[in-house]
Design a binder for this molecule. Structure first.
Ligand code: ZN
Length: 458
């Protein structure tokens, strides 16, 4: 018989932690040793991770008196796994619903709104996965729409602030694979707090989702987990609420968007998997000059997040613009230097010439100069690796952001459907903003938000 189910969240966390470590060749003698090693990871675990284990503990407690339970080898009951799968499925359904309503809303009377609607792509490179956390080395958010093509981007090379012991060899492998620099603790590590502020400011350019709501960021299916985790890490350090963010699958958007715009039966994709296939073809893969300076120097621009997000945008524009009757402009809808020969011979050509800089290669790429939000400004302890961000920081007041709904306990985020009732009064939001930002662990949120006035349930 498997063990009696444990009572608290930390116990469940330790079990997963022990298993992760075992896979990495680290074995602990007893639970006390596991507890000691897992403790810092638990304390820094992002809110949804903690919520997941809280939920597991709660479930275990509830079912404690029910005999004849079935467990997996890790001691998690099958009922709990079912529950998690159901939550996952619900989150996916909500995501599709949200994307469909975005497409529908913008193509309701004509397609004008849809072709002008800004879309944000996000990609990260990570060195490796350490327990439940991804160690991130680079991130890019890129903005485009159908009519203008690629508009601009926000790009960061990240020097991770925490490297858990025992991962040095994994990190080295990650460096080689993705063309990243080794994390360097002798220089200033990246300020996640500031990167979060810049990310929010960048996304807040878009007011089409309402002044208090951030637009979703889209990424490839295999990047949903690391992108989400990176956002959670930043939010956890800044005591920000990570449900402000929505991370959606790009292929789902691609599928619904092209089919909303098509005017002939033979256009668009008959099934969703074809959108993903098209993205995975990565037809602009070897187009020169798309990577950041660091990746271009290493001749690894294919693995650059800046390059990847541009290639995703170009792939979508390449398919959708003809359907929408939009003429493709080089540098906006297709790479400036795009021509078949240059792609086929790219590798050879590269050896004989100096690659163009990102800025020089495309008139459409504008470096993002963000203004820092007052509530985040922390320049004494900040490192903005992307130099373009450091020069022109002006201050602007922080708008109150959309505050979360009341169902804090769900580990998986449903796509928010926004109504006025979701928004707190301005004075309360201001108070919430003024009160946040110091110390860790708003995280579980449940406790801290317990002091807040209750929001009406829908
Ligand atoms: Zn790069």
């Amino acid at each position: 018989m498997p063990k009696k189910p444990p009572q608290n969240a930390y116990y469940f966390f330790m079990q997963d932690f022990r298993e992760e470590q075992r896979k990495k060749g680290v074995n602990y003698g007893n639970l006390q040793e596991v507890a000691k090693a897992a403790d810092p990871f638990w304390r820094d675990a992002p809110p949804p991770v903690r919520a997941k284990y809280e939920a597991m503990a709660k479930q275990a407690k509830m079912k404690n008196n029910v005999p004849e339970k079935k467990y997996t080898s890790t001691g998690i009951s099958l009922a709990e796994i079912d529950q998690m799968q159901m939550e996952q499925q619900k989150a996916e359904e909500d995501e599709v619903k949200d994307i469909k309503s975005f497409v529908k809303l913008n193509s309701f009377s004509s397609n004008e709104a849809l072709i002008h609607a800004d879309i944000y792509l996000m990609d990260v490179n990570y060195y490796c996965q350490a327990g439940t956390e991804f160690i991130i080395g680079e991130c890019t958010i890129l903005r485009f729409n159908l009519i203008d093509g690629i508009k601009d981007n926000y790009h960061e090379v990240i020097n991770p602030d925490r490297i858990p012991p025992g991962y040095v060899s994994d990190i080295k492998i990650g460096c080689e694979e993705y063309g990243l620099d080794m994390p360097d603790s002798s220089v200033r590590t990246s300020n996640y707090f500031q990167i979060l502020a810049l990310t929010i400011d960048y996304l807040k350019q878009d007011r089409s989702h309402g002044n208090n709501t951030l637009p979703p960021v889209y990424t490839m299916p295999d990047k949903v987990a690391p992108v989400t985790n990176f956002i959670q890490q930043m939010c956890s350090r800044a005591s920000e609420y990570d449900r402000l963010f929505r991370v959606y699958k790009l292929d789902t958007l691609f599928y619904h968007m092209i089919n909303a715009l098509k005017s002939h039966e033979d256009e668009g994709f008959p099934k969703p998997s074809l959108a993903l296939t098209q993205l995975k073809k990565d037809q602009f893969k070897y187009n020169p000059g798309l990577g950041c300076e660091s990746h271009e120097k290493k001749d690894k621009s294919v693995e650059c997040t800046l390059s990847r997000t541009q290639r995703w945008a170009y792939t979508i524009l390449d398919s959708v613009c003809p359907v929408a009757g939009i003429e493709a402009l080089p540098g906006c809808h297709v790479p400036k230097e795009f021509h078949v020969d240059s792609i086929l011979n790219f590798k050879e050509q590269r050896k004989d010439r100096v690659g163009p800089s990102v800025a020089g290669s495309s008139g459409a790429m504008i470096s993002f100069n963000s203004s820092m939000s007052d509530s985040y400004a922390d320049t004494s302890n900040s490192t903005v690796v992307n130099k373009s961000n450091t020069s022109t920081q002006s201050k602007k007041s922080q708008q109150p952001m959309r505050m979360p709904k009341t169902d804090y306990s769900a580990a998986l985020r449903p796509a928010p459907e926004l109504t006025e009732s979701d928004l707190l009064s301005a004075s309360f939001a201001q108070a919430a903003i003024a009160g946040r930002g110091r110390g860790r662990g708003l995280p579980t949120n449940i406790n801290k938000l317990g002091d807040f006035p209750k929001l009406p349930n829908k």
